[in-house]
Write a protein that binds this ligand. Structure first.
Ligand code: SF4
Length: 281
């Protein structure tokens, strides 16, 4: 039998729980609505919402129903007004940590600071922060090379925000470089508590000598799942899986103990299924 050890902390965070609960409550009213972008980055959750009669659309213009649900990743502030103009009723499931960054970045901009978002420019959370802004008042930076191409000294002050689900260790050198170039640089620690706790627990699991192999369970588009995978694979043999169906039995040859962790948008059932399968071997 394969032994399974779960990370001390993994899976659903408060933002994801809140978003799914809001949609389930809405679905129970039998009103018609659509979710703008994946509610959370997990295909299983998206399917569950579709089964409840709430489909996911990519653009505001695709919403034909009277209600629109903004996902946990948030939207550009102008979308609230656009939705109103279209006569849509908004159900806002944006995570409060994302809303905090919207508020703080607006204040920083009003103070005349130049904004830096460290994260993925194609991620909905990051486009939510930047879509409405003029191109000269912000940068989105993903690596040190990009930071080195900018003349940071020309800005009176710089304010750095992190995408909520990053692995801070990987990006620290970017913040350090910008601070060295412009002493009036301030860094807002905006990586959310759930991401930090899941990452710390994943590190502990991957350094546990009893664990031979790690499986990280999560959605293909989930940034925080990808970061858990990156942390674990640097420490131990690791596979990133969406669920039970992705497991190759060959991985388990000679393996006595599997460590399990899961992204913040992974439902508990997905983890239970994997554990059940492994312990039944
Ligand atoms: S991972 Fe963090 S920022 Fe994202 S929804 Fe969960 S609590 Fe909110």
């Amino acid at each position: 039998m394969v032994k399974v050890l779960r990370a001390r902390k993994y899976g659903f965070c408060s933002g994801v729980r809140n978003a799914t609960l809001r949609v389930k409550r809405f679905a129970a009213t039998k009103k018609k609505g659509a979710i703008l972008g994946q509610l959370v980055h997990n295909e299983r959750v998206v399917e569950e919402m579709e089964q409840l009669g709430i489909k996911t659309v990519e653009k505001l213009s695709d919403v034909k129903e009277p209600h629109v649900i903004f996902s946990a990743h948030g939207v550009p502030p102008s979308f609230y007004e656009k939705a109103k103009e279209k006569g849509l009723d908004v159900i806002d499931a944006t995570c409060k940590f994302v809303l905090d960054i919207h508020k703080e970045s607006k204040k920083a901009l009003d103070r005349g600071e130049h904004l830096v978002f460290i994260g993925d420019p194609n991620h909905r959370e990051v486009t939510g922060y930047t879509f409405d802004l003029g191109k000269d008042c912000f940068h989105i930076i993903q690596n040190l090379g990009q930071a080195e191409e900018v003349d940071w000294k020309k800005y009176p002050a710089v304010r750095i925000f992190y995408q909520t689900t990053l692995n801070a260790d990987e990006y620290e050198e970017i913040a350090k470089y910008i601070s060295e170039q412009n002493p009036l640089t301030h860094k807002a620690d905006t990586i959310c508590y759930a991401t930090k706790k899941n990452q710390q627990a994943a590190r502990e699991l991957a350094t546990n000598p009893e664990v031979d192999l790690i499986m990280v369970i999560g959605g293909k588009k989930s940034a925080n799942t990808k970061h858990l995978y990156d942390i674990c694979k640097n420490l131990k043999a690791t596979h990133l899986i969406h669920g039970l169906e992705d497991i190759d039995p060959m991985w388990l040859q000679g393996v006595k103990c599997v460590g399990l962790t899961a992204g913040a948008s992974t439902p508990d059932e997905a983890v239970d299924e994997v554990e059940e399968y492994l312990t039944s071997l």
